[in-house]
Design a protein around this ligand. Structure first.
Ligand code: LAN
Length: 729
């Protein structure tokens, strides 16, 4: 492919290099906007030294001093916290890789390729390295996420990405991947998103893509299926996808894409009836099979709506409106966009609409690298533009529960963390809030940074809780955030409750569960609307609970009613076996921690509540030989507790916290658990990475590498606070 070679993405001599010099990578953190840079020249390299955090992310030795080994839980917590303090970023937050999903980088690389955006050699080399490192050792394919078995989605998309980045089709690793893909039936057996991206690239024909009609955006708001009612991540992906689909935009065929046709497909391109493959999908990819309603809808769209009913003016009106909404999203997020799927897609729309020199396209190209991350295996794409506010709030919360906020050793670190949260609180509503269906957000925090600007019920709750903890519960911290601003946060939280009493993630639920019949993504479950989550609900309850103690006169009745109804939802969502299902962490151990905290806010504990006793029993029944807990991601997929073969530090910490919140009276199981956590603590005070911690949409796992600091610190310290700091090891 001459073209890609000319752009530096092809097999030029530089791109043949298989790794870069790790001593030259730096994370730049500009008020929570994080980008990785490769310093090509020695001068640059000397002028900007690597921080301990950079080295840690890159898997290099930090050379930290080793504290005396801990004998008591509090010592262990302090060793952990002091190790973690070295990883704090200059603006005050903690950062980390946020990998796991294996379908994100392909969207970015395809977008770069079809818009002919130059790819830096340093990036291209490290992306290839990462993808090869993450190939399944047995069959050479890739799954939906790093721990998943190979699927058509993972394998086609990552194979294609490697080829666009210049990998040689005759490389034995590529041959192996291709064989696996062919065994699974080739690219035609992929899910909707794979078919869409490959059609954009010009490798498949649009006839293979189930319809994504932009006209849906013209439906009046009262219509039960109108997209504004969908879960925000689905509608914000549907939005740019419908624009590209409506234009049937695809990249002109070249040698590389012609070759990809023969590498990805098991039969010659010319012989394929693409329309008849719209619904073919490999069983491995088909987590949520499409309903007959949806298939019928697609049939009507293809055979009646598009050919006979859709007028040119209607098409134009729909595209214009969609483009307006895309621009509003871009402006409201300063081009950061909601997430890693709509980010590249909006970029593509900007290119289609305004060309390579348009302001909008150029801003997107500048912003996309905020999703990229470097680790010891290479360069990957994060699930969001970072974990800044979330992990920072959690750390403050952990330090406080561990009784470490008043320790002078940690004061500067916590003060900096507070000033980060101050800087990142969202201070105004969106432009055209109503027309773009955005939730109230003044006073809120997001998951990542203020720039992205989406409030999440629990991110705002954890944010305001951390502020209250440091400013009101402890003395000696600067009062950076005014009472008014705390009240603004509470106002946002109070908008989040559903009629059930529970809280969802970004907005209250806006549509019926029946909308799940329109789930066309196949690879994910329960994605079409917002649902109630014990995790999010608990965060709201605990935030309101703490706020009430310091502001008893502010919206007293609203808060009281909200809390009561929310706790009632937690009670109702307990399964008959005593467990709660977690949607954002794996899985029952994660939700158990939150549910117990909620019940404790409602005054329920082991001594006075059968519900709490049942919850504790469920957890205790799963304690392992070595005192720990270990649950696999199968729990999330199936809704049934799946035992991991090895106990996990993070999940063990979650359960310890749950049992402490429940005021479980016997400390023996807790001590066994803490001994296991302490035995696994490394000499520098940190813990090694174990299995993946997080999940979304039931089927896709996602990493939270900082959890292995945050939750063990909290569990160890909380135990010491409650039961005394006795010698355990
Ligand atoms: C996240 C990350 C954070 C997470 C918590 C705050 C932990 C949770 O309690 C509420 C939901 C939220 C905000 C969340 C929602 C879905 C996200 C954004 C993710 C799991 C990170 C990646 C995921 C996003 C949907 C990935 C892109 C994939 C698509 C299917 C669009």
């Amino acid at each position: 492919s001459e073209k890609s070679e000319a752009r530096g993405a092809g097999p030029t001599s530089a791109a043949k290099t298989t790794r870069t010099d790790y001593a030259r990578w730096r994370l730049k953190n500009d008020r929570g906007v994080q980008t990785w840079h490769y310093l090509e020249t020695d001068e640059e390299n000397e002028a900007w030294p690597q921080t301990p955090a950079d080295k840690w992310y890159l898997g290099m030795d930090l050379g930290l001093a080793h504290p005396p080994p801990a004998k008591t839980p509090l010592q262990a917590a302090m060793n952990g916290l002091s190790c973690f303090s070295h990883l704090q970023q200059e603006p005050g937050n903690w950062a980390c890789e946020y990998g796991g999903p294996m379908f994100l980088l392909p969207g970015l690389v395809i977008t770069w390729y079809v818009t002919e955006t130059p790819i830096l050699d340093s990036q291209s080399i490290e992306m290839k390295k990462y993808l090869f490192a993450r190939q399944n050792p047995v069959d050479g394919g890739w799954g939906l996420h790093i721990e998943g078995e190979s699927t058509v989605f993972g394998t086609t998309m990552n194979y294609t990405t490697l080829r666009l980045l210049g990998a040689d089709p005759e490389d034995p690793r590529m041959i192996k991947a291709r064989e696996t893909l062919w065994k699974l039936g080739g690219a035609l057996m992929g899910p909707h998103w794979a078919k869409f991206w490959l059609s954009v690239l010009g490798v498949l024909d649009y006839d293979v893509v189930n319809p994504v009609p932009p006209e849906l955006w013209l439906l009046p708001d009262w219509v039960p299926v109108a997209p504004w009612r969908w879960w925000i991540h689905m509608r914000m992906v549907f939005l740019p996808m419908s624009y590209v689909y409506s234009k049937r935009w695809s990249y002109p065929l070249n040698d590389l894409t012609r070759q990809l046709r023969s590498e990805l497909l098991v039969q010659p391109f010319e012989t394929i009836d693409f329309d008849s493959h719209r619904n073919t999908i490999s069983p491995r990819d088909n987590y949520h099979p499409k309903s007959w309603v949806l298939r019928l809808m697609f049939w009507v769209l293809i055979n009646i709506w598009f050919p006979f009913l859709r007028t040119a003016s209607l098409k134009k009106r729909a595209e214009d409106h969609v483009w307006w909404l895309i621009q509003a999203e871009d402006e409201n997020t300063d081009f950061a966009n909601l997430g890693p799927v709509n980010g590249p897609m909006n970029t593509l729309c900007a290119y289609i609409q305004g060309g390579p020199d348009s302001f909008s396209f150029r801003e997107h190209v500048k912003t996309l690298p905020e999703f990229l991350w470097m680790n010891a295996e290479g360069m990957l794409m994060n699930g969001t533009n970072g974990v800044q506010c979330w992990d920072t709030s959690f750390l403050i919360n952990a330090a406080s529960h561990a009784g470490l906020c008043d320790d002078p050793q940690f004061r500067p670190m916590l003060t900096k963390a507070l000033s980060f949260l101050e800087d990142q609180q969202i201070d105004k509503e969106c432009r055209d809030q109503k027309q773009c269906y955005r939730q109230q957000r003044k006073g809120a925090w997001g998951f990542s940074n203020k720039k992205q600007g989406y409030t999440v019920s629990d991110c705002t709750s954890e944010g305001v809780k951390s502020v209250l903890i440091l400013q009101k519960q402890h003395t000696g911290f600067p009062q950076l955030i005014s009472d008014r601003r705390c009240k603004d946060a509470i106002d946002v939280i109070l908008t989040m409750q559903n009629p059930s009493g529970g809280c969802a993630s970004y907005e209250p639920t806006r549509g019926s569960e029946l909308l799940e019949h329109l789930n066309a993504a196949e690879v994910f479950g329960r994605i079409m609307i917002e649902y109630d989550y014990p995790e999010c609900t608990t965060a709201c309850i605990t935030a309101l609970h703490l706020f009430q103690q310091h502001f008893p006169d502010y919206r007293t009745e609203d808060i009281k009613v909200f809390k009561e109804r929310a706790i009632e939802y937690i009670r109702n969502s307990q399964h008959p076996d005593g467990s709660w299902y977690g949607s954002w962490g794996i899985c029952f151990t994660y939700a158990g921690m939150f549910a117990m905290e909620s019940l404790s806010c409602g005054g329920e504990n082991y001594a006075n509540s059968a519900r709490v006793r049942k919850g504790c029993q469920f957890l205790l029944d799963h304690q392992m030989e070595d005192g720990g807990w270990g649950e696999t991601y199968r729990s999330c997929e199936t809704g049934v507790y799946h035992q991991h073969e090895r106990s996990q530090v993070v999940q063990t910490a979650w359960v310890v916290i749950a049992l402490l919140e429940a005021e479980f009276p016997d400390r023996e199981p807790l001590k066994r658990a803490l001994r296991m956590i302490m035995r696994r603590q490394q000499t520098d005070g940190g813990w090694a990475q174990e299995a993946i911690e997080g999940v979304f949409n039931k089927s896709c796992m996602i990493s939270y590498p900082n959890y292995k600091f945050i939750f063990p610190i909290k569990a160890l310290g909380m135990f010491a606070q409650k039961w005394g700091d006795e010698i355990l090891l």
